[in-house]
Design a protein around this ligand. Structure first.
Ligand code: GRG
Length: 293
């Protein structure tokens, strides 16, 4: 993995520590605590928290205000990975180079660990004392839309239904804007909400999220083809009969690389048009374009 510059390494460290504390203080059986903690601390890149902090930095706000929401969004993301790895879904034995949650704790506990993370994320946001009740509700609403049946869950079912079919580009884009893009978009949007940004700026950041969401996925597909993704962490034990449509399959590898450049250029263009200090967001955009895992 690329080495993070100091500011991103600090964000990662802060989130890892806070997530540990949040799980430790739960009054719940140790098995569930351990299963939730295991996947939360399994080496995620923390791109989503970094987007929240970098958006707050763009508005010259104290990034600390974004910490509980950053942890909440990692809980939602982690729940989605735990459930996605289950035998009923992708049936993966390894993630990030480590045994998947159900391989460590069994299927039933893995389902509950995912359920626990999803619901705890909303509890965390509802309890942020520094925010008004109105703001907490707005953030909860945005997170529910991004992760629920109009967001990530919609993307996941469309993905399942698209297996073994030759999808059109628009159908593939539906899957990825929902499955991956909505949660990434939530992160920049929530940063703007926390910073009291105006609607026009929030709308532009939402478009930025759309482009980095697709770029993120196209990079994933390219890494798959080029075989540079850590194979032990990804596909071992997955259900190889399932054929999924990908950008390189639809557009060719070169076409996918061009599409990635297009989305990155559009994302950068939006950042340049904003009257805020988008340096950190621009850095993450580059990271997404060039990531090696
Ligand atoms: C089960 C409701 C439900 C949804 C699952 C997100 C998702 C939907 C499935 C994950 C499978 C997958 C490989 C999606 C493509 C892109 C993606 C979200 C990759 C993982 O995100 P990263 O790279 O993960 O940010 P880390 O490990 O860094 O946290």
């Amino acid at each position: 993995m690329q080495k993070y510059p100091d500011h991103l390494a600090n964000y990662l460290e802060t989130v890892n520590k806070e997530l540990k504390i949040m799980i430790q203080r739960l009054k719940t059986p140790e098995t569930l605590k351990n299963a939730m903690d295991y996947s939360l601390q399994a080496g995620g890149k923390r791109i989503r928290p970094m987007l929240i902090f970098s958006t707050l930095a763009a508005f010259k706000k104290d990034v600390a205000i974004g910490l509980p929401v950053a942890c909440a969004v990692e809980m939602v993301h982690t729940y989605s990975l735990i459930h996605d790895d289950l035998p009923a879904m992708d049936n993966d034995d390894f993630r990030r180079g480590k045994p998947t949650n159900h391989k460590m704790y069994g299927e039933a506990t893995a389902i509950l660990a995912g359920d626990g993370l999803l619901t705890y994320s909303f509890q965390i946001i509802s309890e942020i004392k520094q925010l008004s009740a109105e703001k907490r509700l707005a953030i909860i609403n945005e997170l529910a839309k991004a992760s629920g049946p109009e967001g990530m869950v919609a993307g996941q079912i469309a993905d399942m239904e698209g297996e073994n079919q030759n999808l059109q580009l628009t159908e593939l884009e539906y899957i990825h804007t929902h499955k991956t893009g909505k949660l990434l978009t939530f992160c920049v949007k929530v940063g703007a909400i926390l910073a009291d940004a105006d609607k026009a700026t929030i709308d532009l950041l939402e478009q930025f999220g759309y482009h980095i969401g697709l770029a993120f996925q196209i990079r994933d597909d390219i890494l798959d083809v080029e075989g540079t993704i850590e194979q032990i962490g990804k596909d071992v034990g997955s259900d190889r009969e399932k054929q999924k449509s990908t950008y390189p399959k639809i557009l060719t590898l070169n076409g996918a690389k061009n599409k990635l450049k297009e989305h990155i250029a559009k994302a950068e263009g939006i950042l340049e048009s904003l009257p805020i200090d988008t340096g950190q967001l621009s850095f993450i955009t580059e990271l997404i374009a060039k990531r090696d895992r």
